[in-house]
Design a protein around this ligand. Structure first.
Ligand SMILES: [Zn+2]
Length: 138
């Protein structure tokens, strides 16, 4: 793929895409977008989760998405359960600690991390921060 080399530049402004909502309710509540009322679609996204001691966790999870609003909605309970599953093996002391969902990573970059080709600094360079984080009373 030509043109990808340009993404290796360091020190550029943070790349941003998508808006994000961490849904504390049942998924049925967001079958329609809370903003525009379009029906949402289920899409897998690779979420970049920041844990307190500067540790990153990549979570490939199904989310609800509204194309109109460029909004991704993750289910909080499911995300936290998936994170706990991962941390049980990697860092059990971090289960239940504070976290922030910071952005998303391209699927191909996520696969490169899985095969050991990308380290934490490359993840930070390649991730997309959210344009905005929203919350809604549903
Ligand atoms: Zn919408």
């Amino acid at each position: 793929m030509a043109g990808r080399a340009g993404r290796k530049r360091k020190g550029d402004a943070v790349k941003r895409r998508h808006r994000f909502f961490l849904n504390p309710h049942n998924d049925k509540m967001v079958a329609r977008c809370p903003v525009c009322n379009s029906s949402t679609k289920i899409q897998n996204h690779v979420l970049v989760v920041k844990l307190k001691p500067g540790q990153l966790l990549l979570m490939n999870v199904p989310c609800r998405a509204c194309r109109e609003c460029d909004l991704i909605i993750a289910n909080r309970k499911k995300l936290e359960a998936a994170m706990a599953d991962r941390l049980r093996q990697e860092a059990p002391e971090l289960i239940g600690s504070d976290y922030a969902v910071a952005g998303t990573l391209d699927r191909e970059d996520w696969m490169a991390v899985g095969s050991g080709a990308l380290g934490p600094q490359e993840i930070k360079d390649r991730m997309y921060a959210f344009r905005d984080t929203w919350s809604f009373e549903l």
